[in-house]
Design a binder for this molecule. Structure first.
Ligand code: HEC
Ligand code: HEC
Length: 372
């Protein structure tokens, strides 16, 4: 047997640290996989929130954790990193963690924080959701923040990839059994290792932290209307600001809020009420004047939802026939609406905030979340 296979390994990483490591790795991968599709924005955001929570707890462990969890067990010396790379086979550790692992961990935590926080800023500015919901009404530069989010996330995955390659190479070339370390917590090192104390290494503490983290994710999933994703601060109470319209225009269907389309479209609808989507919805002149006034005050020149971006909807054209709407809902598919017997035009069946002028991925109710 190769003598190298018997490199001494000692217990170093407590069960709690291993739980953090495992959950961090799992949820950055899940967050990465679930990115891209609007349909998965809720789970994606939840995975991101979990990542942030894990990093936060891990940072607390710098203070509250065992000796081996503290910052001074990391080798964050650049010349050390250089030596490690140049003299890979002869490198002697001066800290329990080698410099590559140390830099990778710190870099990943920083990138994770940047990625998740920029994600939260993005949903605040785009949807008015969550802690940064106040940015909704300002003309915040959504594109820059989105780029930062994507850049940090991609870079994070690259560093994670390098880290995994480093583990595989070390495992098979140096034969330190490092891949097993994430499960058994044992490490080979040239310096003396400090064993974790029994509390940090207990099943009770590590289990509690694991359950806490997963439970937090499950709680938001069941209840997305919590401060992290809530948008109701930006709700418009149309009953208050447009009493006539909310009364007259909800006799036959849900309330289509004036901010759904632009002013031109709204006026087009009001002009054609006697011939309104196959019915006569005409109003007396006085009511029509009042509603027109209310609409003018509330409908934007350019709607955020962009169903009528360049032009306006022609007479009796349904929002659901616009390219924009079809694009937003293409993942549901035509059959899906039929199978679930939901009318496309009954937006509020799925978008719970729409009658208050809000559409966000966090306000989708059970129908639209049936998919997963
Ligand atoms: C007499 C009944 C009636 C009244 C009153 C009425 N509507 Fe409608 N409206 C309809 C019907 C029917 C449709 C087609 C609905 C459908 O396809 O589900 C419709 C569709 C719409 C749509 C298009 C939804 C889409 O598919 O894009 C808008 C917008 C709309 N109504 C706005 C208004 C407004 C604004 C008022 C008040 C001025 C109003 N409606 C009053 C019957 C009515
Ligand atoms: C069967 C449920 C359902 C119905 C009915 C429905 N939607 Fe949606 N809508 C969804 C889902 C699911 C998404 C994709 C997730 C997302 O992007 O938020 C979506 C996305 C959207 C988006 C894009 C949101 C974004 O992320 O930028 C808009 C805008 C929208 N819907 C408007 C409407 C309007 C207006 C109506 C009614 C005319 C409507 N929807 C009817 C389920 C529905």
């Amino acid at each position: 047997m190769d003598i190298k296979q018997e490199l001494q390994r000692e217990l170093f990483f407590s069960k709690t640290i291993r739980v953090y490591h495992f959950l961090f790795a799992l949820f950055i991968v899940l967050a990465y996989i679930s990115s891209g599709s609007d349909l998965f924005l809720l789970p994606h955001s939840i995975f991101g929130a979990i990542v942030l929570l894990v990093v936060f707890l891990r940072l607390i462990w710098f203070i509250a954790g065992e000796k081996g969890a503290k910052l001074n067990s990391f080798d964050l010396n650049f010349s050390s990193l250089k030596n490690y790379i140049l003299h890979y086979f002869n490198f002697k550790d001066t800290k329990p963690r080698n410099p590559a692992a140390s830099f990778a961990a710190i870099t990943m935590w920083i990138l994770a924080i940047v990625s998740v926080v920029s994600g939260f800023i993005f949903i605040g500015a785009k949807y008015g959701s969550g802690l940064f919901g106040g940015l909704y009404s300002s003309d915040f530069d959504i594109h820059t923040i989105k780029e930062i989010h994507e850049l940090a996330s991609n870079f994070l995955m690259i560093v994670a990839g390098i880290h995994v390659v480093g583990v595989i190479v070390e495992n098979f070339i140096k034969k330190t059994n490092i891949a097993k370390t994430m499960f058994d917590g044992k490490l080979h090192s040239d310096v003396k290792l400090e064993q974790p104390n029994q509390i940090h290494n207990s099943i009770i503490l590590s289990g509690t932290m694991g359950i806490l983290i997963i439970g937090f994710g499950m709680y938001i999933f069941i209840n997305p209307k919590m401060p992290l994703f809530d948008s109701s601060a930006n709700y418009i109470n149309y009953k208050l600001v447009a009493p006539t319209m909310t009364q007259e225009c909800t006799e036959c269907h849900m309330f289509y809020p004036p901010n759904l389309t632009n002013q031109k479209t709204q006026l087009e609808i009001l002009k054609n009420l006697p011939n309104h989507y196959g019915t006569d919805a005409s109003l007396d002149d006085a009511t029509l004047v009042t509603i027109t006034q209310e609409t003018m005050n509330l409908a934007p020149i350019e709607s955020r939802f962009r169903f009528d971006k360049e032009t306006f909807l022609t007479n009796n054209q349904s929002i659901t026939n616009t390219e924009r709407w079809k694009h937003d809902h293409e993942e549901l598919g035509e059959n899906w609406f039929k199978e679930n017997k939901i009318k496309k035009t009954s937006c509020k069946e799925c978008h719970t905030g729409i009658e208050n002028g809000s559409i966000t991925p966090y306000e989708l109710n059970k129908y639209s979340r049936l998919l997963w």
